[in-house]
Design a protein around this ligand. Structure first.
Ligand SMILES: [Zn+2]
Length: 291
């Protein structure tokens, strides 16, 4: 509750601050949505990032995610389960929970067959995804901004989670993030890090709430609920198209059409089915696309 009051106070105090895009620093931005009268979502007319105003500083953001971060109704994202529940989760490899990512494990194995997949789990929280990747035989290098949560991962799931990006391994096949990009104060930093940590054929894969126009047209109420204190950014296909304008990409939303992705030539730029809840991007960010 305190977080919400602080957030609204900050929003009011900074209401008249000039909106500057946190991704490309353009001042050419327009209001595209509002809530609580004073809280506004802007669209950058240059890169098409949607961001709430005021933006957070990098320091505020880092501090917030150490301890304050709790998502209501999100179950085990931020709440650590008790010992008995945890043993069951481990035994079942998180099957039947919202943290089960076997659909991604299976997709990644099909995308990169016949080799041990090297993957970065960026924004690993307390490691429930890294745990499953490890069980699938992947070589996992994990990063989490919150020091206490990274320590929990080690303690509860025996996964090594780094809290400094310098410690992440190089030459990876996949840079994966799930529900991370919408929280970041500096998205280009993450994308540049991914470029650095991926090999030549490495794929940047991110899942986040879908801010695309097609989703908004279909679910205007859900669109309005998806940004705010916890989600300072709202990512759309337009933003990814700008950020990856020189790279091959496949942008879609859930449910993912696995067969269609596997048939993609990996050289061109594809956007398909953008009205689902979650936006998912696959981008070969160390390669140039063919027109
Ligand atoms: Zn911008």
């Amino acid at each position: 509750m305190n977080n919400k009051i602080n957030y609204l106070t900050r929003t009011i105090l900074h209401y008249f601050d000039k909106a500057i895009c946190p991704s490309c620093q353009s001042k050419d931005c327009k209001v595209i949505d509002r809530k609580y009268l004073v809280s506004r979502l802007f669209e950058c007319n240059n890169c098409h990032l949607y961001f709430r105003h005021p933006v957070d500083s990098i320091e505020t953001n880092k501090e917030f995610y150490q301890e304050d971060y709790q998502q209501k109704g999100e179950g085990i994202t931020t709440d650590i389960p008790d010992r008995i529940t945890l043993e069951k989760l481990k035994e079942n490899n998180f099957a039947g929970t919202s943290k089960n990512i076997q659909h991604y494990v299976s997709l990644f194995k099909q995308l990169i067959p016949n080799k041990t997949i090297k993957i970065i789990d960026f924004g690993a929280n307390w490691g429930y995804q890294s745990f499953q990747f490890k069980n699938a035989g992947f070589e996992v290098s994990s990063y989490e901004i919150s020091v206490p949560r990274a320590a929990m991962g080690k303690k509860l799931l025996n996964v090594e989670i780094h809290t400094r990006v310098e410690e992440l391994s190089a030459n990876n096949d996949i840079f994966f993030s799930s529900h991370v990009i919408e929280h970041l104060p500096d998205i280009p930093y993450m994308i540049n890090l991914a470029k650095d940590k991926l090999n030549e054929n490495g794929i940047f894969i991110a899942e986040c709430p879908n801010g695309s126009k097609e989703f908004r047209a279909k679910n205007p109420k859900a669109f309005n609920l998806c940004w705010g204190l916890l989600h300072p950014n709202y990512i759309s296909a337009d933003y990814y198209q700008y950020m990856f304008k020189n790279n091959p990409y496949y942008i879609t939303s859930t449910p993912i059409n696995v067969e269609d992705i596997l048939n993609w030539d990996r050289k061109t730029q594809v956007c398909k089915n953008l009205s689902g809840d979650q936006l998912v991007v696959f981008a070969f960010i160390n390669q140039n696309n063919t027109p």
